[in-house]
Design a protein around this ligand. Structure first.
Ligand SMILES: Cc1cc2nc3c(=O)[nH]c(=O)nc-3n(C[C@H](O)[C@H](O)[C@H](O)COP(=O)(O)OP(=O)(O)OC[C@H]3O[C@@H](n4cnc5c(N)ncnc54)[C@H](O)[C@@H]3O)c2cc1C
Length: 453
């Protein structure tokens, strides 16, 4: 028989939320083991305690339609879960800070401002998705993650850092989990929450266990950086403007808006490097950056769409000699590579100083380039981001999100077809953001605590 341990693979928001909510529901903390391949403060930005969340921009998007598909499994329970997630974050800040963040609720989903933006979107052939957002920012989010760590350690949960899980298998009434060092842990309940950086591991583990999977979409695109002044009509009203287009039959959207932010590099396994963004409210930069992502659905016979996104990242990394690529909008539109002289002539300097001037079209597929170019022109419409398609705008690559292969069958408690094996978070394609990743962890954590009683 497996012992009565709850083992969690992945120390991101999903895994941590599972551990904390299990404890809060009465499960003995000493029977929880959380395995994380990264360190406490990991330089990768995608691994380590807190996962990608530890270095995230901390925008809490409290909408069931944004940041994942969790509602598919949990149904109407999602609304209550979003509130529970808010507590999970705000409870770990100083009590005096809470009112200021709570006050932000609704501020960025003001119906009057939303109606104005929607009208402008209709004229531009786009769609605006209003969202209730609390922008914690990178620094506060980091403090929350530190608070989560202290909570788990003080309660006596086992947090094993620098421990990469290589596989798991069912047997003797439980699960065995093997790590890179060759050690094997026994678990009664197992949660796989390895995030996007653990996606390749998950694909392999699912195949090894013969668990049927389905393909999800991938997102490839660019990160756009422009003058914060230019985006103010939207960022002042909504902070994170979520705009969508349907161009050449493809879905394209803005994602992860960072007002007064900077572009940064994130690292994945196999030495892959991509771009992302963050806002440090205490260090305004005068720039706004956001992703423009083209969603691609790859069905049969493609059985691992993540490889398509990784091929883009790999090609861009070759072109940039393991640096991000930056290109001015005019050169992108002219289909010519940017050189250092173009950056000098540009009206803004890149916030990611290590990015090298280059040609994004050499790495990104032609369809995505065409869709993104048309979407950018639509964004540059009256009442939206007027002036965007100009020498005030830079594009960075590679920007890609791959949360693709997921178990074909999951219960309302996110349990797979194999008893006591649960999935949560971005790695298994259930979620795409902090709030829903955390919510999915809460679902599993509470269920494990319930079964243990
Ligand atoms: C720079 C940046 C900014 C972001 N900003 C926002 C934002 O403002 N708002 C928002 O909603 N979302 C944001 N996101 C996305 C958000 O961080 C993710 O959606 C969220 O962290 C997903 O949580 P998760 O627990 O599923 O996965 P992750 O956070 O990716 O955590 C998974 C963990 O599992 C570990 N792991 C992987 N494989 C293994 C293995 N084999 N063995 C052991 N451990 C393993 C990883 O090291 C990682 O620490 C941002 C992401 C980045 C990178």
């Amino acid at each position: 028989m497996g012992d009565d341990r709850f083992v969690i693979i992945g120390g991101g928001p999903a895994g941590i939320a599972a551990a904390i909510s299990t404890i809060n529901a009465g499960f003995p903390p000493g029977r929880i083991t959380l395995l994380e391949k990264g360190d406490r403060n990991d330089p990768s930005r995608t691994s380590g305690f807190g996962g990608a969340g530890a270095n995230s921009d901390g925008k809490l998007v409290l909408e069931s339609a944004i940041g994942g598909e969790l509602k598919t499994w949990v149904g109407e329970r999602i609304e209550g879960l979003l509130e529970d997630v808010l507590d999970l974050y705000l409870d770990f800040l100083a009590p005096s800070e809470r009112p200021a963040y709570e006050k932000m609720r609704g501020r960025f989903s003001d119906p009057a401002a939303g109606a104005r933006i929607q009208q402008a979107c209709i004229r531009a052939g786009l769609e605006y998705i209003p969202a209730d957002i609390i922008p914690l920012g990178t620094t506060a989010c980091r403090r929350v993650v530190d608070g989560w760590y202290d909570f788990l350690i003080e309660r006596g949960a086992q947090v094993l850092l620098n421990t990469r899980v290589t596989g798991f298998a069912q047997g003797n009434g439980g699960w065995s989990v093997t790590s890179e060092s060759g050690e094997t842990l026994r678990a009664r309940w197992l949660l796989a929450a390895p995030g996007r950086s653990g996606h390749a591991f998950l694909v392999r583990a699912l195949a090894e266990n013969g668990i049927p999977t389905v393909n999800g979409p991938i997102d490839v695109g660019v990160r756009v950086e422009t003058d914060a002044q230019l985006t103010r009509p939207l960022t002042d009203a909504t902070w994170e403007f979520k705009l969508r287009g349907l161009i050449e039959g493809s879905h394209v959207r803005t994602f992860c808006v960072c007002p007064e932010g900077s572009v940064l590099v994130e690292r994945y396994d196999e030495d892959l490097l991509a771009v992302n963004g963050q806002t440090l409210p205490e260090h305004p930069t005068g720039r706004t950056n956001f992703a423009v992502l083209h969603t691609i659905y790859l069905d049969d016979p493609c059985d691992n769409p993540a490889q398509f996104a990784q091929a883009y990242i790999r090609t861009a990394n070759i072109l940039g000699a393991r640096n991000a690529i930056v290109q001015t909008w005019p050169k992108f539109a002219e289909r010519r590579r940017s050189r250092a002289s173009d950056l000098r002539d540009s009206f803004i300097t890149p916030t990611l100083a290590s990015a090298l001037p280059g040609d994004i079209r050499l790495a990104l597929n032609a369809k995505s380039c065409s869709v993104i170019e048309a979407f950018m022109r639509a964004l540059d419409g009256p009442g939206l981001l007027e002036g965007l398609c100009s020498n005030r705008t830079l594009l960075y690559a590679p920007e890609a999100k791959f949360y693709t292969v997921r178990p074909a069958q999951l219960s309302a408690e996110l349990e797979s077809e194999r008893p006591e094996l649960f999935f949560a978070g971005d790695g298994s394609g259930i979620t795409r953001g902090l709030v829903q990743a955390s919510a999915s962890g809460i679902v599993v954590g509470r269920e494990v605590a319930r079964r243990a009683q």
